[in-house]
Write a protein that binds this ligand. Sequence first.
Ligand code: GLV
Length: 324
Amino acid sequence: MDRVFITRQIPPTGLEMLREACEVVVWEDELPPPRDVLMKEAAQSDGLISLLTDKIDAALMEQSPKLRVISNYAVGYDNIDVAAATARGIPVGNTPGVLTETCADHAFALMLAAATRIGEAERYVHAGKWQTWHPMLMLGQDVHNATLGIVGFGRIGQAVARRATGFGMRILYTGGSRAGDIAAELGAEQVDLETLLRESDFISLHIPLKPETTNLINADALRTMKKNAVLINTARGKVVDSAALYAALKAGDIAYAALDVTEPEPIKMDDPLLTLDNCLIVPHIASASFATRDRIGQIAAANMLAGLKGEPMLHCVNPEVQGK
Ligand code: GLV
């Protein structure tokens, strides 16, 4: 029977699917397995279900000759050295599609929360500062009819755009080379990054982390944005230069940031971003609905089971190794 190591508790449906077919070992701790545990478990396993917190690199694969399948419980897979897996003929699965709508909901929630200062307002009430209604209290920005810039027009970016049409927003986007029909249907306009940064009131990031997207939002990009701009990041922390973001928010060069992801994660408690009222930070929860997290588990399990049988995965990031 194939042995599968899962680096954390996952929701029940996917876990059951795996338990029916494999010997399953789950790392039960809240925190990720330490590196030595991960290495030891991987070395004994045929399959590895990893999370975005687990570094699955060439050294791990090198010392795990039995390992035939890696299935990431996430759509992003920047935690995995895919080239190293491909070189060893190991298929790597990920979980696109099932989390698109939930992530788009969350990006929109962050946008609305930043625009209307929900985090600050809640802290204000809890601190006992609410004394009266005041015409100038906690003024924010309108989302309706504003310009939304979507950086990366893949599944999630498009789902955010669909929501924005309900708010009468003007929609600009970059990327999405194959999205022309959807863009036309949504009335979204493809522009270059500089135009998007210059013209948008809200800028939402929906690109994967790659060498070319690391620090894409740097001091120059932040300087190009409007003073009232709100930056929303549900992609990966490293896409934004956080020192430059702090400087821009502190100086009022942009108005607000709402971050689901940070660099590092968790954010360090002495990170200066945590001292700012105009920076809303939540702990990487964009896909965290009960239903979606369960569906992610089902896809991760289905990818694993297919891979172990030598069949094509539902979603494989290096399909060239499948069937070899
Ligand atoms: C979450 O960040 C994911 O990549 O699924």
